[in-house]
Design a protein around this ligand. Structure first.
Ligand code: NAP
Length: 293
């Protein structure tokens, strides 16, 4: 299933995420995903596995031109010249001549001018054909409004935390208003159950309402959540390094949720973020240096 972005480029709606995929597991995960039918991979400079993503694509035998590669600029590389150089690092590690989608990883509110300069570099990369589409991640409505006021090209994508317990309707609404595609990170709620991230979290994967919908369709909770994203027009990038779960997460094109099912999942929104607040400056994390290619 493809989605047409606001600049006419088409992107497979469902992709493989690789956050927390150890480098030594990433190549095999990408190969397994491409064998299962995925044609979209979402990585980031900050994940430290762009090289292994590129290797997985090459080993798969799938043509580079058939794979949609999305990656992200980390905050320490914000600024016009720095972000142009961040493209060299990313493309070099991935071993590709162009990126399909290049996005800013965070709004970085303590250095918003540098964030704007970074976005202007993305506009240059787009004009040069070094990227096919540009976008942002974790941008809240006020960040988007400020960005759009100061730059020329509306982002194609805004990648945000989005699962049944946290759906950010305000962000989805402003994205839609501007023709920006909302892309869900933690689409099956990973951030609510990552091992070691806090035992007190409510695990969306264990939700009884989702289990009931899944049971009624003979599908798994993960498949139901992914279908919910797709039927509501979002892109989703579930992460797994397990070949069976990678295949399970792509086996979502043979059933249909009813309007009642969709509403039942919508009603689970608790309005509570699990990931970091995009308005918070996280100095130590932001300062992480991204190695050269
Ligand atoms: P997620 O995809 O919602 O969930 C991943 C977790 O679920 C992993 O622990 C995975 O473990 C497990 N899992 C995968 N498939 C499963 C299944 N079918 N049944 C049960 N468990 C399953 O969470 P995420 O990794 O946070 O988000 C996905 C992607 O979004 C990331 O990989 C990254 O590309 C992106 N992301 C972006 C940001 C941002 O700030 N822009 C933040 C977070 C994530 P196994 O690997 O063991 O299967």
């Amino acid at each position: 299933m493809n989605i047409t972005l606001n600049n006419g480029v088409t992107m497979p709606a469902l992709g493989l995420g690789v956050f927390q995929s150890a480098p030594e597991q990433t190549t095999a995960a990408v190969e397994a995903a491409l064998a299962a039918g995925y044609r979209h991979i979402d990585t980031a400079a900050a994940y430290g596995n762009e090289r292994e993503v590129g290797e997985g694509i090459r080993r798969s035998g799938v043509d580079r031109s058939d794979v949609f590669i999305e990656t992200k600029v980390w905050v320490s590389d914000y600024g016009y010249d720095q972000t142009l150089h961040a493209w060299e690092k990313a493309a070099g590690k991935l071993g590709v001549g162009h990126l399909d989608l290049f996005i800013l990883h965070q709004p970085a509110p303590d250095r918003f001018e540098k964030t704007i300069a970074a976005y202007k570099a993305l506009e240059t990369l787009l004009a040069d054909g070094r990227v096919r589409a540009i976008g942002v991640s974790n941008f809240m409505p006020h960040h988007l409004t400020d960005l759009i006021a100061e730059t020329g090209i509306v982002p194609a994508v805004n990648q945000i935390e989005l699962h049944p317990y946290f759906t950010q309707p305000d962000v989805q609404a402003i994205d839609a208003e501007h023709g920006i595609l909302t892309q869900a990170w933690s689409p099956i709620g990973g951030i609510t159950f990552y091992p070691g991230w806090g035992e007190d979290r409510r695990n969306v994967m264990a939700d009884p309402v989702i289990a009931a919908v899944a049971g009624a369709h003979g599908k798994t909770p993960a498949q139901v959540m992914l279908r919910w994203h797709l039927q509501q027009g979002r892109s989703a990038i579930p992460k797994s390094t397990n070949p069976a779960r990678i295949a399970e997460n792509f086996d979502v094109f043979n059933f249909e949720l009813s309007a009642g099912d969709l509403a039942a999942l919508d009603a689970l929104d608790a309005g509570v973020r699990n990931g970091p607040d995009p308005d918070e400056a996280r100095e130590e994390r932001f300062a992480m240096a991204i190695p050269e290619a």
